[in-house]
Write a protein that binds this ligand. Structure first.
Ligand code: THU
Length: 149
């Protein structure tokens, strides 16, 4: 599916994706912020690739969960097929509102999405609410690989 029409996924698949992101958050290395994030990427073959944030003693070098998941997907040879993304923050920290990927992660996700010509659904998971947005809504007019020809 291309950009413009919002992708939807079945509720069981959504549950599976969110559970994978929640489970990934447990593997976060976040000793400095203690803010553990998990991300899960759903591909069109039904497979899921996860990531969690990896912080560093040099604070500014922290890697977000979404970026780690995308790097893992590229490392497995994936170059597209991204249907949906779930991002889950800690239940017991912050305001409990759905967390959205940071600006850098939106761009990183866009690379994988644009390569396969998809506009993935992003499930931003909060304590009491799941916010569903298209990546193109989070990053409109995105710069991507197509611009380079
Ligand atoms: N973080 C993520 O992993 N993903 C997001 O979408 C927001 C922020 C991480 C970065 C850092 O390790 C911690 O959360 C606090 O910002």
């Amino acid at each position: 599916m291309g950009r413009g029409a919002k992708m939807t996924i079945e509720s069981e698949t959504e549950d599976r994706l969110i559970a994978a992101a929640r489970s990934a958050a447990r593997d976060a290395y976040a000793p400095y912020s203690d803010y553990r994030v998990g991300a899960a990427l759903l591909f069109d073959d039904g497979s899921i690739v996860t990531g969690s944030n990896v912080e560093n003693a040099s604070y500014g070098l922290a890697l977000c969960a979404e970026t780690v998941a995308v790097a893992r997907a590229f490392g497995e040879g994936r170059r597209g097929g991204l249907r949906a993304v779930a991002v889950v923050g800690p239940m017991d920290k912050g305001d409990g509102l759905p967390i959205t990927p940071c600006g850098r992660c939106r761009q990183v996700l866009n690379e994988l999405a644009q390569l396969g010509g998809t506009d993935p659904l992003v499930l931003c998971v909060g304590n009491d609410e799941v916010r569903r947005v298209a990546l193109s809504e989070l990053l409109p007019h995105a710069f991507g690989p197509a611009h380079l020809g």
